[in-house]
Write a protein that binds this ligand. Sequence first.
Ligand code: ZN
Length: 249
Amino acid sequence: MVARHDLTTDPGLQAQLLQARRGTAFFARKLNELTDARLDGDSLLPGWSRRHIAAHIGYNARAIARLIEWAATGVETPMYPSVAVRDEEIEFGATLSPIALRNLFDHSAVHLSVEWRDLPDDAWHHTVRTIQGRDVPASETVWMRSREVWVHAVDLDNGATFADIPEPVLKRLLNDITGAWHTRGTDAGLVVKVAGTDSSFGDTDAADPTVVTGALAGVVRWAAGRGADGVEASKSSVSTMVPVAPKWI
Ligand code: ZN
């Protein structure tokens, strides 16, 4: 009999799956609001039209579904053969007809959701590999997808903002981004503070850091390299220009 609910019994994972599916529904709404003609317009990502974003999100679901098949069968099926192939695929996808592009998004999202649903409890800890070459448990794919759909829904430039992204997703994004800076050592002299909280990120041991502050959504938007509205910066308690955030991905 085919399962009609997720096989995983882990409540934390179930909550993450809900968040990824909500993000996918949110992306779908922002995409479906766009007329076919508006798909040709620019996204918020340099050099990418809205078509590129839709194609990327569709192929991303297929790539993550390959990781779930890997976790289920033990047969290695990478996300993409290479970064170059991934990029070529997106360029190709961006040239599809509007109906084909929308079908790519819809079908790949449903397929991934089913792969997740049917992955048995004990397979979620099986190791798979990301395009960056990181070995991760299959459960990590849920977050990988979640951050893609939520952030790129904003990139569609169709009215979504970081304030639409749920707080747990924003918090995890900020941890991911500042963690990546830390690993690369690109956060020297830079501290990020979320207004109204005690949370500090970045080079918190620096003697006289540049401190970037704002509400959570604004801080995450800035940290993700998507503009400085809603944040301010200071050094030695004196207001200063908001720096460009270090590269994230
Ligand atoms: Zn992406």
